[in-house]
Design a protein around this ligand. Sequence first.
Ligand code: ADP
Ligand code: MG
Length: 224
Amino acid sequence: MVVAELKNIGKIYGKGEASTEALRGIELKIEKGDFWAIIGPSGSGKSTLLNILGCIDIPTSGEYFLNGQLVNKFTNSQLSAARNETISFIFQYFALLNEYTVYENIMLPLNCRKISVREKKQLVNYYMKRLGIEGLSKKKPTQISGGQQQRVAIARALVTKPDIILADEPTGALDRKTGEEVMKILHEINAEGKTIVVVTHDMEVAKAAKKQFYIEDGDGRIKE
Ligand SMILES: Nc1ncnc2c1ncn2[C@@H]1O[C@H](COP(=O)(O)OP(=O)(O)O)[C@@H](O)[C@H]1O
Ligand SMILES: [Mg+2]
């Protein structure tokens, strides 16, 4: 089953002489249960590609299909529904809200859901346990380590039960051992059937992925 498909995707930032062609002719088919690594030098277009997949940026040319639907034609409310229900992001610097507790951060994406409070609490508690952070529930992000913060971010990503998890350099701000622990968690989640795409410049992280997509200067190809 194909979750996401990019057909001849191009992205140009800006206009005229000041414009940058960040992506051109990108072809990528992501199937359910895949674990992709997107690799390439700095400035090659990795984040742009991930942001397009995540519906937080729109391509300037080509077609993007998400669960068989043409994203190019999505209205703003369809785009935000996709971001809340279909896709979850994990970032290098965690992107947690420092004024909220761990528990509240994980609850955030569920706030607008039409399910009971009891169900929401159960989901948050389940994923805090799953990530081994239930003891941190009342702490603020600034009171816990980087590795713990990334676990919170992963719990927040999982709590909505998305079809696809997109991670932009998820180990980039962590020491090697902690980074390996975070990748182990992502591989476990993948083994449970979750589709994952990780942007990385760490060759160890890339090698452990099932499939690799290499980008250079906006051109992408599948690495054999
Ligand atoms: N919002 C933006 N406005 C203008 N140029 C951008 C923007 N985002 C990225 N770029 C440019 O697009 C190219 C690809 O960037 P990016 O996708 O961030 O690369 P990577 O994640 O591989 O380092 C770079 O030349 C970058 O400067
Ligand atoms: Mg980047």
